[in-house]
Design a protein around this ligand. Structure first.
Ligand code: FAD
Length: 477
């Protein structure tokens, strides 16, 4: 008889795990209490990129003259139409996931899944009916939700979460975004291009203060924010948000991460704004699943602990995706890759995920993408490393497109020439990183990358040029 695999959650982790398990011959059930596709499809990747698509077009319209186009009127964003398009894209994709589940004969159950005891999940439907779902293998993919700040919690109207920001009916005149990480930076560019006056606050000393993001990318992005009049304030934290009639009064104090006494005594700064968008992190969806009934281990912040084979401390129970916490990346493609591995291991294989070759993508303008080690990480790990950068402005296609900001950097081992990391900021960097990811995963050297013929004129030439530079034979500079 086929093994029974039950998956909780249908985000990019859960539905991919379900399909892989079905491909391997299992009898699969997926359980979803919300909308199929999870955060990614309904409140994350897809809706935010639909808004970015409009923002990008508007930004290009703003530069129409540069491209030889005379416009009669100033184009403006129509939020109702953007939201309608968003819903239509989500609807299309959701239908696609349902079709895939049907094609693979996966049973789809709507409702809240709770583990009753080892090897038994109960699904509670909205009507209150209980259904028993026995399992041989359980894959937990319940995801995460926005984290609020207790002193100014989300109210859905003025103090917004990322979920709220993706459903606004009107573009606000002004918006303070709290948190200069990936989501805060993406929204800064989107809302600024749509016409809002944006101020971004980050407590660390640079925007995108992530260990995986090369400092040079943060600096270029800060410059691009200035060009677009996105006001960003670093090394400050938001202390209070008070309602003042229809607007909000935001008080900024010194950042808790500042070191010197002078910095700590910075006087408060007051901002007036229509909306505050809080993007300071996520929290795990682990309540109400009955994890305690099987003794499943969480870390001190409540994220599920799993090894690189997605195994938890409980045999036959696997966990994938956002619920593993920020150290594992919290990205849709990571969740899907983990889903593949969990399904395979639940069905007797012994696969592991190499987190070092998972690319990070940030959909700002220009885009940021990286994979592997930064120069300082490479040096700390004992590599004799070098880094070689090429500016996008030196690439013909970037000039043709009129998108010349940014650079691509290859970090390589001086002795072996092996590529250790690639860090890019520039147009379509999130697409260009695929080549670098393959090169890193396959252990390629800069010589192999340089020997690979890159089509002309394409942005991908930036990678080949950086590889030539790493061999001390730059072609164009
Ligand atoms: P989720 O997608 O959160 O899905 C979990 C599902 O489980 C949910 O549908 C939930 O309803 C269901 N569930 C939970 N508990 C239960 C239960 N007990 N019973 C039944 N169902 C349950 N990542 C990228 O890679 N690229 C991007 O461009 C990107 N943009 C983003 C933009 C925003 C604004 C946000 C917020 C996130 C973005 N992400 C992006 C991150 C990405 O959305 C997540 O990493 C991804 O959705 C995680 O997938 P998951 O399967 O772990 O969980």
């Amino acid at each position: 008889m086929s093994k029974q695999i039950t998956v909780i959650g249908t985000g990019p982790g859960g539905y991919v795990a379900a399909i892989r398990a079905a491909q391997l011959g299992a009898d699969v059930t997926v359980i979803e209490r919300g909308d199929v596709g999870g955060t990614c499809l309904n409140r994350g990747c897809i809706p935010s990129k639909v808004m970015k698509a409009t923002a990008d077009i508007l930004e290009k319209f703003g530069r129409a003259r540069e491209y030889g186009i005379a416009l009669e009127e100033t184009p403006r964003a129509d939020m109702k139409a953007i939201m309608a398009r968003k819903q239509s894209v989500i609807g299309h994709q959701a239908k696609g996931i349902h079709q895939l589940l049907r094609k693979h004969k996966i049973r789809y159950l709507e409702g809240q899944a709770t583990i009753e005891k080892p090897n038994l999940v109960i699904v509670k439907s909205e009507e209150g009916n209980d259904l028993d779902v026995p399992y041989d293998g359980l894959i937990l993919a319940p995801g995460s939700r926005p984290l609020d700040i207790p002193s100014f919690p989300f109210d859905g109207k003025s103090i917004l979460s990322s979920d709220d920001a993706l459903s606004l009916e009107k573009i606000p005149e002004s918006m303070v975004i709290v948190g200069g990480g990936v989501i805060g930076c993406e929204f800064s560019f989107i809302f600024s291009s749509l016409g809002a006056n944006v101020t971004l606050i980050e407590a660390m000393s640079r925007i995108l203060p992530l260990p995986t993001v090369d400092e040079a990318c943060s600096r270029v992005l800060e410059r691009e924010m200035k060009k677009r009049r996105i006001n960003f304030i670093v090394s400050r934290s938001v202390n209070t948000v008070e309602y003042e009639g229809k607007s909000l009064r935001v008080t900024l104090g010194p950042s808790p991460f500042l070191k010197t006494p002078e910095e700590k005594e910075k006087p408060p700064l007051i901002l007036e704004t229509d909306k505050v968008l809080v993007c300071v992190g996520r929290r795990p969806n682990t309540e109400g699943i009955g994890l305690e009934k099987i003794g499943l281990e969480l870390d001190n912040k409540g994220w599920i602990i799993a090894d690189t084979g997605m195994r938890t401390n409980v045999s036959d129970v696997y966990a994938i995706g956002d619920v593993l916490g920020p150290e594992k990346g919290m990205l849709a493609h990571t969740a899907s890759a983990e889903g593949h591995i969990a399904a395979e291991n639940a069905l007797g294989k012994h696969e592991t995920l190499d987190y070092e070759v998972v690319p990070s993508t940030i959909f700002t303008t220009p885009e940021v993408a990286c994979v592997g080690l930064t120069t300082s990480q490479a040096l700390t790990k004992g590599h004799e490393a070098r880094s070689d950068s090429v500016l996008f402005r030196n690439i013909g296609k970037a000039q043709v497109m009129g998108d010349i900001a940014g650079q691509a950097k290859i970090v390589s081992d001086t002795q072996s020439g092996k590529i250790l990391g690639v860090h890019m900021i520039g147009a379509h960097a999130t697409d260009l990183i695929a080549e670098a990811t393959l090169a890193l995963q396959r252990g390629c050297t800069v010589a192999q990358l340089a020997d690979t013929i890159h089509a002309h004129p394409t942005l991908s030439e930036v990678m080949q040029e950086a590889a030539f530079k790493a061999l001390d034979r730059p072609l164009h500079g």
